[in-house]
Structure formats: C-alpha cells, structure tokens
Design a protein around this ligand. Sequence first.
Ligand SMILES: [Zn+2]
Length: 298
Amino acid sequence: MKMNRLTLASLLTVLFLAFGAIWTLAQDADRDIERIAGEVYRFRNKFHYSVFAVTPEGIIATDPINAEAAAWLKEALQRRFNQPVKYLIYSHEHPDHISGGEVFADTAIVVAHERAKAKIVDEQRRTAIPHLTFTDRMRIELGGTTVELSYVGRNHSDNSIVMRFPKERVLFAVDFIPIETVAFRDFHDAYIEEWIDSLERVERMDFDILAPGHGRVGTRDHVRQFREYMQDLHREVLKHARAGMSLEEMQQTIRLPKYEKWLGYQSDNNPNNPNNPNWFPMNIAGMYRYIQNHRRPN
Ligand SMILES: [Zn+2]
C-alpha cells in the first residue's frame, strides 16, 4: 500500500487529536492526577496538592482543597477507578487546604486532629465537620492499604498531622516541610521551636517519598534540610538581635548562602512573582518577632 504525504499527515493529525482527547480526560491546566507509588496518587489543584490511595474497598482521600476542586476530583475518581471515597483525612484546619469536604461526606468518614475539628466548628469553616478525631496517633486500614496518622507537635499550626503509607513508603505532610523552599512568608500562626522538634520527629519516621502540600515531591532528606534551615535562621536572627540590630538592619545583613538556590530566598526579586516569592526577608521578620515574644528570662 502506498501512502502519500497528505494521507500520512492527516493520519498523524487524527492520532494526535485522539491522544490529546484521552490526555485531557485526566488533566486540565489547573488540575491533574499523577501516581506516586503503588496505588498512592497525588492530586493537584493549581498550587495545592493532596494525595489519595485506591483500594479494592474504596478510596482513602486527604485534603479536598476547595469545593470546586473536590467536585472535579470526585468525578475523576469515579470515572477512573469507579470507587467511592470511604475516608477523607484533613492535614490541618487551614481553609485553603480543607474547604469542600462536604463534597465527599455522602460516602466518607471524615478524620482530623481533635484541635482541627474544634477550629473547624468554632471558625465555621466551609467544609464537612470531622466524624472521627484523635490526639496522637490513628491507623486506618481499607482494602489492604494502611495509612498511619501521627500528630508530631505544633509547627505551622497546632493541629497539623502527617500521613504515612508504610507499604508505599510515602509521607504526606502539608505546609511545615517545604522542599528546597524557605518558609512561607512570616511564620503566621506558627510555633517555631516546637516546629523544629516536630521536624526531628518526622526525620525519625520510616519513609522514602515526601509528598508536600505545595511544590514537587521530595525525599526524607528534605526534612533534614528544612530543619537545618530553621535552626540556621533562628541562630542568625538571635545573634543579630542580641547585638542590638534593628529588623531593617538584619534584613540588609543576614545572608544564608547555603540556601541561595532555594525558592523564596533571593531578596532582590519581584515580591509579586509567584514563581519566586520574596519570602526570606519575611522569614527574618517572623523569626525576629518570635524571638522577641519568647525571650527567656536570664
Ligand atoms: Zn496551612
């Protein structure tokens, strides 16, 4: 059979369009799903991520992010896996991660730390109120998949938990272990020394893959790197504060070149650029405020 160039070009166009149509079933510009390990997947909604595990008895899902994202995910899970969400686990109570839980509440048991539930109720968050809470540890098993929930102390909030999938060696941790990124802005609502303790607890846990709530997937070693960043920042700000330096002087003076390649470190960029936010001077300000408020008596 002889095929002329025009026919070949048309065939390629048809194939391209067909593959394009299949591909867009699984993703659009703002959202997609990718496999991390085994049956544990990662869901992205713009700059926010959560994870879910697919089992023969249903799906264990985590942060719904918001109602629109949750509706998209629910539909994608139904179409792709034909399974209902049986558990929905909140990482912490901040609304940018856990709004929209009501989308899954028809089939799911909603789980969170007990202080997350209290805040969701008190502050009237737009999400499903947790059915099941815990203080230190909880283990959920469904269809041969286990997820271990651990409270590791106060850090970015007072109710953040980590979720470990031991079989897949994945840990999902949100907002308190950025990967090769300085801390978000100025440590609003944070507990800095306890945060460092909680990072050390996570460093002692057994996993290979770190799935964060923002940015790319990392490894267990990224926990150590961020813990060292927090300690280095604390030490430098404390030293300069003891020398009587003002905040403005510190922001001009303090440099941590070990982290100069990290997202958010460079202080001479555009603060409105979401791809390289100007957070390092804000980290200095937040650490200085923390040190002033937690000065120990001599
Ligand atoms: Zn948060």
